[in-house]
Design a protein around this ligand. Sequence first.
Ligand code: NAD
Ligand code: GLY
Length: 362
Amino acid sequence: MQTLNVDLGERSYPIYIGDGLLTRPELLLPGLAQKKAAVVTNTTVAELYLDPLTAVLVKQGVEVVPVVLPDGEKYKNWETLNLIFDTLLSHRCERKTAVIALGGGVIGDLAGFAAAVYMRGVPFIQIPTTLLAQVDSSIGGKTAINHPQGKNLIGAFYQPKLVLADTATLNTLPERELCAGLAEVIKYGLIRDGAFFDWLERNMEKLLKHDSEALAYAIKRSCEIKAAVVAADERESGIRALLNLGHTFGHAIETGKGYGVWLHGEAIAAGTLLAARLSLRMGLIGETEVERITSLYRKAKLPTSAPDLGAKRYLQLMGLDKKVESGRIRFILLKKIGEAFITADIPEELVTATLSGIAANA
Ligand code: NAD
Ligand code: GLY
């Protein structure tokens, strides 16, 4: 097992990464404030992992309240959030009753937001079961639901007490979901660590074959980068925004196509390529870098072109991005592979040209 720490003063917490951690009560129990916990999950993950987790907790004398939600990005909304509150209230869950998220990023974001506001905040634990959730969404305290007009627009910063990433759960993950998670892994190489990007170029086949050593390294390195960025800028007043590489375009794709049509990771891959093409138009990187990024996404079985929503629709959707400041869209661009920066200082015609060029690059 590897243990990392998210260093946030009194709100610091551990990330445990390893095979078989789901049934290690000694890791989970310190996150509980009383012997009662609500486990929020979905129908798919419940079938696989709710019973083993419940058995471990019950054996320790913990009363478990299961909250089983429908599965899918399209349910990451107000109505589903309210289903969580209905169950917590009808089971008399109190201020000290922990909420445990068991699932991917959708469950983590929904359960985390519920934990942040239920009785003004209850203890929260993340048990991520997708690659994407293990390397990204379970860490850092961003919680949210979608609005019909845009992704993750309603939410809160709310840190978990601990993150328990059981890598054995990835054995049941469909290949398309594994690949979607790889998009966020590649993101870390692009924004902060060129050597990690090189490593991914050499090891992508192993990752796709679930090679346990390669996966463990990719998860650990990703978590290290995320933990360091979050510790430096918890509420995204500076460098945390870099973690949104590809997200301004990507969120527009997810909303524009309808939630769940493009997986989050797929939209981020396509969005990152748009950000790379915009960086190319700005003269920041060259064709060689764009080709390396495209080729790594191709190897990771991720999209290498974005859907053509039309430049006007993209701009309309991107206008609701959370990074918009004084009405100006701020973009994360690349200076090189391994270094990203944020800027609003981009001639609008270059953005429009990038979006209009989608059909040509498809
Ligand atoms: P997801 O939660 O929809 O999970 C993907 C699919 O895999 C679902 O069908 C799920 O039921 C299934 N699944 C989960 N674990 C499984 C397992 N072990 N075996 C088999 N099937 C399993 O999608 P995701 O990619 O995990 O998360 C995407 C969401 O995360 C998006 O809503 C995105 O906005 C959010 N996100 C949040 C942050 C953050 O910082 N909070 C960061 C990145 C992404
Ligand atoms: N996924 C972006 C962030 O956590 O800031």
